[in-house]
Write a protein that binds this ligand. Structure first.
Ligand code: BG6
Length: 484
């Protein structure tokens, strides 16, 4: 008997714009990530609006998954993957988002990717929109700020639901939908590009547009859930959120209240809407105090009720502290940030490592939503060195993952209904926040570098063999010595 249930699914996760490359092949249109240059922890990516000739755009080749997916999926199968979370590039199916008919070549590509997964008994888990909407929709509508996006998205989602029926069971409507509650999510997730914005990390922010955009995404997601269930009642369609676990920096009641307020808006607002099918009570005050007025149509609230999700998923990398004291130092985080926690160490990119926070979070979320959960992203972004003998000894990554899996098991012992674990960037890929390659997450190393050089050769790291053992033992064998 293992602690995790026998049908627990182990695997990994990627997103199209961060791994596929082939940005303009076979009819693909330009996505919002295709106009983002490379950057780093210190220097923001630029959003260029036009493709500049001598500028390096990491998504254009990425790791060339588009041409190498067979080799990559075979390596995942060798690790024992039971599930593979990937996204479909909207721009391969509807290049500008506005075409009447889908692009057949795009649909065929995903036919092949899905068939390749099934050939290896790997369950596809598909994110319909992962930070890669058509840039043409930004140009024409300022992204999700416009209500027109709802129908365009639903048309796209329905196309996928019909095409891949009988082969795919698990879907996620939007990656990290709650990133739209934060300024960086404006362009990243909602495709909103206000005049004057040039830098990805310093966008000209209009909360009114972001929350209006989120409302449109909620409606689109709910309509997609309804349509999906109609097309195939066996479809499981879920919510996906960036989990920014927050702790009060001290037990000062001011810190406690500040933490609760932040938690409600950043962590739970979107989940509450998508799981419970209604706007939560606390949002009215937030909207009032921030002068946000969300326009709704008459049927919208009913649509939300009718299109609630089947399961809840999230990414978990770190936790942060919150304080009411403006003089405290801030720590970094993918798009979140917060105040430093003196009990935690940080990654080289300043993300605070907190395995126990995962157990705490799983308990909290299960208590709040009472539906099955999946951890669909987790992992350590780190620099890897290739030794002279060609090996890559990523003990630090093994240690990070081991400690998080231990806490997942504790949460399952606590009674949480946890269905799957798909660590992020199971194969090295382009970083979403910085555009770097050197921030690596993979079990599989890819010879590709920040200047665009590299042979694209794939190589298993030590963590590859370690994870193989973890999967084989259903999470029982976690020790580092168990790597081969
Ligand atoms: C999540 C995103 O926020 O974090 C991924 O869903 C992203 O797309 C991942 O890659 C890790 O962040 P980063 O910035 O290190 O790539």
């Amino acid at each position: 008997m293992t602690i995790l249930p026998d049908d627990f699914m182990w695997g990994g996760a990627v997103a199209a714009n961060q791994c596929e490359g082939a940005w303009d092949e076979d009819g693909k249109g330009i996505s919002i990530s295709d106009v983002c240059t490379g950057g780093s922890h210190e220097q923001s990516k630029r959003i260029t609006r036009e493709i500049e000739e001598d500028t390096f755009y990491p998504s254009h080749e990425a790791i060339d998954f588009y041409h190498r997916y067979k080799e990559d999926i075979a390596l995942m199968a060798e690790m024992g993957f039971e599930v593979f979370r990937f996204s479909i590039a909207w721009t391969r199916i509807f290049p500008t988002g506005m075409e009447e008919e889908p692009n057949e070549a795009g649909l065929e590509f995903y036919d092949q990717v899905i068939d390749e997964c099934l050939k290896h008994d790997i369950e596809p888990l598909i994110t319909i929109s992962h930070y890669e909407m058509p840039f043409a929709l930004t140009e024409k509508y300022n992204g999700w700020a416009a209500r027109e996006l709802i129908d365009l998205y639903v048309k796209y989602a329905e196309t996928l639901f019909k095409r891949y029926r009988g082969k795919v069971k698990y879907w996620l409507t939007f990656n990290e939908i709650n990133s739209g509650t934060m300024p960086m999510g404006g362009f990243l997730s909602l495709g909103i590009l206000n005049e004057e914005t040039t830098d990805f990390t310093d966008q000209v922010d209009e909360p009114q547009l972001r929350f209006q955009g989120l409302h449109h995404q909620f409606i689109a997601s709910a309509l997609a859930v309804k349509a999906g269930h109609k097309i195939d009642p066996d479809y499981q369609i879920g919510s996906m959120n960036i989990q920014a676990t927050f702790y009060p920096r001290t037990c000062n009641p001011d810190d406690i209240i500040e933490t609760q307020k932040r938690d409600q808006i950043v962590n739970y607002f979107c989940g509450d809407v998508q799981v419970k099918g209604e706007y939560p009570f606390y949002i009215d005050r937030y909207f009032k105090e921030n002068e946000i007025e969300v326009e709704m149509e008459e049927r919208d609230l009913e649509i939300l009720k009718e299109g609630t999700v089947d399961y809840y998923t999230f990414s978990y990398y770190m936790s942060n502290c919150v304080t009411a004291d403006p003089d405290q130092d801030q720590s970094s985080g993918n798009i979140i940030g917060g105040v430093e926690n003196p009990y935690l160490d940080s990654s080289d990119w300043g993300w605070q490592i907190d395995p126990k926070g995962l157990r705490y979070t799983l308990n909290y979320l299960y208590d709040r939503y009472q539906i099955p959960l999946m951890v669909v992203e987790n992992g350590l972004g780190a620099r890897d060195e290739v030794e002279e003998d060609g090996s890559i000894n990523d003990d630090y990554r093994i240690d990070y993952l081991r400690r998080h899996i231990e806490q997942m098991k504790e949460a399952v012992k606590d009674g949480v209904d946890l269905k799957a674990y798909t660590p992020w960037g199971c194969i090295d890929l382009v970083s979403a926040s910085t555009g770097e390659m050197r921030k690596r997450y993979g079990f599989i190393y890819v010879d590709k570098h920040d200047d665009g050089s590299g042979t694209l050769e794939r190589k298993p790291k030590q963590s590859f063999y370690w994870y193989q053992n973890v999967i084989e033992s259903n999470g029982e064998e976690l020790e580092i010595e168990n790597k081969k």
